[in-house]
Design a protein around this ligand. Structure first.
Ligand code: KG4
Ligand code: ZN
Length: 331
């Protein structure tokens, strides 16, 4: 079957076509207008989605070399995310489904991030662990089978992606902060500055990233690029502090559940230092990373999961709404 997927939960306007489990097109427009504000401005994001969505959908259909009438179903993110942004995608999807007289399914954005691990892969079995690390979430999941997900633990405050974004702003780097810090850290020494690793001694799967950010703020107050530290050293040490916390809790999850397969998902999963260190730390585990393009927000993961759900007989009624604080376990 052919499914058109739509993702507009934050600042990526994205449309994808999936046919029989294969991604035929995956168009993403990242809204760069927010960079001058150092973070996403919700009102601007929804206006941009509104402006871009139609053309991106046309391009996704064209790139997939299909005709609009070939579409069998529409999948769309309805949460969690920014209310206005979600509304643009959901309204567009409903209009399209009505016009084409095809079925529609609402998709939880977090579930789609996790299931992106199955995209283009045949070597993954349930159950598996998933470290979901994005701009809004830092969670560890036990994915037992489709629709059976157990939250093992999460952050008490900031998400890891947020720590990267806010940290980058403090260091005077650009937005989004994750790739900026990763790039800046390449020539830095991650061991030079000892930023705090909160909750690393706790035997619970939980994170806290507000302290490391505050610690960076104080550090930067008295920072002068000197012989002692360069900004690359600061970025590398800050990045390492975040990564150490993430890896520490993956280890705890492996021990607590006995699950051998480890996956990661969400924008921070793009970080190569994190990827390399996970592989190095758990040589005996099966480590599966989603393709880089499927880590940050995209619609391929939406069309892919939509097709899986349609094939299992699910679909949504046309009166479904947006759920800005959609929790995955309450599905
Ligand atoms: O999953 P995503 O695209 O959007 C949300 O659902 O939040 O994740 C965006 C987050 C941002 O905080 C961004 O800084 C972070 O992912 N990110 C990274 C990298 N690329 C994106 N963090 C660390 N290293 C990266 N290379
Ligand atoms: Zn996301």
């Amino acid at each position: 079957m052919i499914v058109l997927g739509i993702e507009t939960s934050c600042d990526e306007t994205a449309v994808s076509i999936c046919k029989d489990g294969e991604i035929l097109s995956n168009i993403i427009s990242s809204q760069t207008v927010h960079s001058e504000f150092g973070g996403v401005v919700p009102e601007i994001a929804s206006r941009e989605h509104e402006r871009l969505l139609n053309n991106i959908a046309i391009k996704a259909i064209k790139d997939a070399s299909i005709k609009i009438d070939d579409i069998d179903g529409i999948a769309v993110t309805n949460g969690p995310g920014l209310a206005g942004s979600l509304l643009t995608g959901v309204s567009f999807a409903k209009g399209l489904a009505l016009g084409l007289r095809v079925k529609i399914i609402s998709i939880n954005h977090l579930e789609a991030h996790i299931m992106a691990n199955l995209l283009d892969k045949s070597n993954i079995n349930f159950p598996f662990l998933c470290l979901l690390v994005s701009g809004g979430h830092t969670q560890v999941w036990s994915i037992n089978k489709l629709d059976d997900y157990v939250l093992l633990g999460e952050t008490r405050d900031d998400a890891a992606g947020e720590a990267f974004d806010k940290g980058a702003r403090i260091m005077g780097l650009g937005y989004p902060g994750g790739p900026e810090i990763e790039e800046c850290a390449i020539d830095g020494n991650p061991k030079l500055i000892n930023f705090p690793r909160a909750l690393i001694k706790s035997n619970k799967i939980e994170f806290s990233f507000s302290g490391v950010k505050t610690s960076l703020l104080y550090f930067m107050d008295s920072f002068n690029e000197s012989k002692r530290y360069s900004i690359a050293d600061v970025a590398a040490s800050y990045q390492q502090a975040i990564i150490d916390c993430l890896i520490n809790k993956i280890e705890l999850a492996i021990v607590q559940t006995g699950i051998n397969i480890v996956t990661i998902a969400g924008g921070v999963a793009k970080n190569s230092v994190l990827r390399n260190q996970i592989k190095k730390t758990f040589p005996k585990n099966k480590i599966i990373f989603p393709d880089m393009t499927y880590c940050t927000d995209n619609a391929a993961m939406i069309s892919f999961l939509g097709e899986i759900k349609f094939n299992l007989g699910s679909q949504s009624r046309l009166d479904f709404g947006i759920i800005p604080n959609f929790q995955l376990e309450l599905n």
